[in-house]
Design a protein around this ligand. Structure first.
Ligand SMILES: C[S@@+](CC[C@H](N)C(=O)[O-])C[C@H]1O[C@@H](n2cnc3c(N)ncnc32)[C@H](O)[C@@H]1O
Ligand code: SF4
Length: 430
């Protein structure tokens, strides 16, 4: 199971973009905008009970769309992507970031991930300091595989640690031994890779001391980047069914808030600073540039089943009735199933399932939703008049920083970070 794709208008079979995307004037020069490439690897050895990402185990897929042929299939989409951007009249840009996510990318042989990165390099080139990340499960890497990735140009690895506590990992149905975490971090660093650890808090049965132990274990590795996510129990997952049947109990909102505060306290004390609501880094250079570019609204192409892409226009749609209604960018998403994805690409057809043409107003709303979660905050000029009017109330209730608001930016306080969704709703409510 994974979430349904959005509704949208159909995409031409060759994947071509609307003619105004590359043809307009007066928009942001594409050469000045970052260009990220996301590569989705939709395979896992076991599905964790809480996860609703677009990923499949071998038994779910049967013989179809095998892992062995996946890199060749995804390389076809990279070729198609290069052709579509070129034909749209967008000037060529090297990839500024590449992020291989999943699923479990490291379930593929390192050589396949290297082929995918080579494909990106051949299609667009890589900027001199390109950040190249792969996600990895701790039980799917070796010192050799990490060294092979680093030698081929990968610069960063993000491990799904989730917890250091065996009973919490068991509830999450994670397969790795937590004692392996210091080893995999050391192997990655020895290979010259930057390392991030993902943690989850609020798992049923997790005590505050369990969460403290997980944070302390992550920090004991000397890691320079941590992502800490509140567990989300999505409808349709195995864990949602367990909650419904009363087999496991969800934590209260207060428990989640206390755990977030503990994370911020311990991570900050260890020298890591928040730069997005769920992300902390030791220095600016340790932040994940790929995710930052996404949150700031840069262009990206998502390769793989279910992957989403976004490209801003070089100008606005000429036929628009008003500047606010002009479409300023296009977002599209691929078919979800790996078998359908492979079949479309084998037939020489775009794997895109649908797209949305965003107006200037919709673009601003999106920028507000993503930007306000960043420590740098959001330029208040992006907000609608009613969004700007909501700011004073959010400052008064301690959710937005007063001094930053006077300086023209919406920046979350610690309390605001705990209630980020409330803030987003208030500033985007038309
Ligand atoms: C989709 S996973 C991919 C990486 C890798 N397969 C793994 O699990 O470690 C990326 C991260 O998303 C987070 N995640 C996935 N499902 C989640 C959920 N329901 N609630 C909170 N975080 C979740 C986990 O922390 C995970 O490390
Ligand atoms: S390993 Fe990661 S992607 Fe795979 S099922 Fe678990 S959380 Fe989801």
């Amino acid at each position: 199971m994974s979430p349904a794709l959005p509704e949208g208008e159909p995409v031409p079979p060759d994947g071509s973009l609307p003619s105004w995307v590359g043809g307009g004037t007066g928009g942001t020069e594409p050469a000045a905008r970052g260009f990220g490439v996301y590569l989705h690897v939709p395979f896992c050895s076991v599905r964790c009970g809480y996860c609703d990402f677009n990923t499949y185990t071998a038994s779910e897929l049967g013989g179809a769309a095998s892992q062995a042929s996946y890199a060749s299939t995804a390389l076809r989409e990279i070729d198609l992507a290069a052709r579509v951007l070129h034909d749209a009249g967008l000037p060529p840009r090297p990839a500024s970031t590449v992020f291989v996510g999943g699923g479990t990318p490291t379930l593929l042989p390192a050589g396949d991930l290297v082929r995918l990165l080579d494909g990106v390099r051949d299609a667009w080139g890589l900027a001199p300091d390109t950040e190249v990340t792969t996600e990895a499960n701790p039980d799917s890497v070796t010192p050799e595989s990490l060294a092979e990735l680093a030698a081929a140009g990968f610069t960063r690895v993000s491990f799904g640690m989730q917890s250091a506590v065996p009973h919490v990992l068991a509830t999450l149905e994670r397969t790795h031994d937590p004692r392996r975490i210091p080893d995999v971090v050391r192997w990655a660093r020895d290979a010259g890779l930057q390392v991030s650890l993902d943690l989850i808090y609020g798992t049923p049965g997790e005590s505050l001391d369990d969460w403290r132990a997980s944070l302390e274990a992550a920090l004991a590795t000397g890691v320079d980047h941590v992502s800490a996510y509140a567990l989300v129990v999505e409808a349709g997952t195995k864990m949602a069914a367990q909650v419904r049947r009363g087999e496991v109990a969800l934590p209260s909102e207060d428990d989640q808030a206390t755990k977030y505060e503990l994370a911020d306290e311990l991570l900050t004390a260890a020298g890591l600073t928040w730069y997005e609501v769920s992300n902390w880094a030791r220095t600016d250079a340790d932040r994940c540039r790929h995710n930052l570019a996404y949150w700031r609204g840069d262009d990206w192409w998502g390769i793989g089943p279910g992957a989403h892409s976004y490209v801003a226009a070089t100008g606005a749609e000429p036929a628009a009735t008003s500047p606010e209604d002009a479409r300023v960018g296009v977002r599209w998403w691929n078919v979800k199933h790996p078998r359908r994805y492979a079949a479309l690409l084998e037939a020489g057809t775009s794997p895109a399932a649908g797209r949305e043409l965003l107006t200037r107003t919709e673009g601003r709303l999106e920028q507000a939703m993503l930007g306000v979660r960043l420590r740098e905050g959001l330029d208040l000029a992006v907000l609608s008049p009613s969004g700007r009017r909501a700011v004073a109330g959010l400052v008064a209730t301690g959710l937005l920083d007063g001094r930053a608001a006077v300086a023209g930016r919406a920046v979350l306080t610690l309390r605001g970070r705990l209630l980020a969704d409330t803030v987003v709703r208030a500033i985007t409510d038309e």
